[in-house]
Design a protein around this ligand. Sequence first.
Ligand code: ZN
Length: 185
Amino acid sequence: MQANTNNSAFTDQDFMAQAMHLAVQAADIGEVPVGALVVFDGQVIGQGFNQTISAHDPCAHAEIMALRQAAQAIGNYRLSGCDLYVTLEPCTMCVGAIIHARIKRLVYASTEPKAGAVVSQLQLFSLPHYNHIVQVESGIMADESSAMLSNFFKQRRLAHKANKDQKSAVASSSSVIDQSIDAAL
Ligand code: ZN
């Protein structure tokens, strides 16, 4: 069990479990399940889940939603001293936002091999020109987060396949109708 740096009775695991609940909310509305929380002094001050499709917003990643809510909560675009918990390794946009927000510590669950910008495809926090250093921790509830994502994509593939099968069944039944019409003429 890892302690967090927020002087609270809650552990990183507790906060990540809350982020996982937010990810479930994303999955419930058909969005890729990613959830995020901003914590200051042991209190959750911002939360979000991925909602790019439903919000028609390419920037509506879980981290951005949580950062926006936290910044509104404290009335400052700089979230100095805050920790961000997210269920998936952040992308390039979110790493940029985390640096702009001056987040103290990033804790993420699983890696994102295709587009992760912390360790997977890029290591943006390691670039020397940023004037803010973010502490990074990972792996907390990684298996749970990966399982949720793979399950989501599996269900989505099955739904697409069922949709396709249904369409081809309709197409073949209409071709039967076409043939009967041809035969009748
Ligand atoms: Zn992102």
